[in-house]
Ligand binder design. Structure first.
Ligand code: DX5
Ligand code: ZN
Length: 215
């Protein structure tokens, strides 16, 4: 299991320290939640802060866009050379075009699906994607309760991926902890995002990450 801690639960007064801690603590990706106050009822960080995150990180950034104007935000973040950029299918009229644009910028393209969106909605995009992110909470905030129907969506998505592009990864985001990591693993999930679990763990971030990787 690959682990992408969400810095949304970090201490923003000590952001560089908290990003360095997950990287030296064994994470695989640094998950960055970008919210615009329109697509979701919360507002987070822009390129100035993400640049500071990129400087502190020794692992690739996994930028999760929760915004209305995806193409504009891709242009903003592309110079930081993130490993992945994902955008929400619910907010994009021309997903195929945007995937090609992200790839042409040297970034791995990914698509995110809200809890109500069936995996079949992106069946004919899978061959062009590096990763599909399934939300297991409603996007907007850390610390929410895991929605278990993501497990059935992951199983259905895995079938489509095996048919269309077996290299494509499945990532799950929201409410992930040691309580559901085994179920996620059994459902075929490759990457988990975890914010409050990792940064709130009483034994520290490295042990939290290790506990998710031990599955
Ligand atoms: C929610 C974000 C998540 C969030 C996860 O909109 O996409 O990445 O930070 O936080 P936890 O792990 O606390 O649910
Ligand atoms: Zn996220």
């Amino acid at each position: 299991m690959l682990v992408a801690p969400s810095i949304l639960s970090a201490d923003f007064g000590h952001l560089a320290r908290d990003v360095a801690a997950i990287c030296s603590g064994g994470c695989d990706l640094v998950h960055v939640d970008v919210m615009d106050g329109h697509f979701v009822p919360n507002l987070t960080i822009g390129p100035v802060v993400v640049e500071a995150v990129a400087k502190a990180a020794t692992k690739p950034l996994d930028i999760h866009l929760m915004v209305e104007n995806n193409s504009f935000f891709v242009d903003l973040f592309a110079p930081l050379k993130p490993g992945y950029i994902s955008f929400h299918i619910e907010e994009e009229k021309h997903p195929h075009r945007l995937i090609q644009k992200i790839r042409s910028l040297g970034i791995r393209p990914a698509i995110t699906l809200n809890p109500h969106t069936p995996p079949e909605a992106i069946e004919f995009l899978i061959e062009d994607l590096e990763m599909v992110l399934l939300m297991s909470v409603n996007p907007g905030f850390g610390g929410q309760k895991f929605i278990p129907s993501v497990l059935e969506r992951a199983v259905r998505l895995k079938d489509l991926i095996l048919k269309r592009n077996p290299e494509c990864l499945i990532e799950v985001d929201g409410g992930v902890s040691d309580k559901n990591i085994h179920m996620l693993h059994n459902a075929g999930v490759d990457v988990v995002v975890a914010g409050s679990y990792v940064y709130g763990h009483s034994d520290g971030v490295a042990e939290a990450i290790a506990s998710l990787k031990r599955v």
